[in-house]
Write a protein that binds this ligand. Structure first.
Ligand code: MG
Length: 131
């Protein structure tokens, strides 16, 4: 394994999932033609690096993972995309880009809604989603 990478057997390593559009990629004009056209969101690159110092981090996106991986690689990240046969989503030091919702402690997403119970959730949906 690569130097600086902590293995999944290390139970201290927790996993954080991070959305791409609107969180890492500024996405200031929405989806458009599907290309990754924007700069990183303010503070995103430093924040990702900081998270990766303490956690295993994977990027969870509906986008083509190779495009997202190339964009992140250009910005200095070690990235993997292949469907992992080992639990890469638990390995610290490499950024997995995936469309699979692996287990994580937290999912960071600009469109997330924290579920507490269904009464709160239905009320929040009504309040936040305008028809
Ligand atoms: Mg998003």
């Amino acid at each position: 394994m690569v130097k600086g990478v902590r293995l999944p057997e290390d139970r201290r390593v927790k996993t954080i999932a991070v959305d791409f559009d609107g969180v890492i990629h500024a996405y200031s004009r929405g989806y458009l033609d599907g290309s990754i056209y924007d700069e990183p969101a303010d503070g995103a690159i430093d924040a990702l690096r900081e998270l990766m110092e303490d956690y295993a981090v994977f990027i969870f996106t509906a986008r083509d993972v190779l495009s997202v991986a190339a964009w992140l690689h250009e910005r200095g990240f070690r990235v993997v995309t292949e469907n992992p046969t080992e639990p890469v989503w638990k390995i610290q030091g490499i950024l997995l880009v995936t469309q699979t919702k692996y287990v994580a402690e937290i999912y960071i997403d600009d469109r997330g809604l924290r579920f507490e119970d269904w009464d709160q959730t239905l009320a929040d949906v009504k309040r936040l989603v305008k028809s």
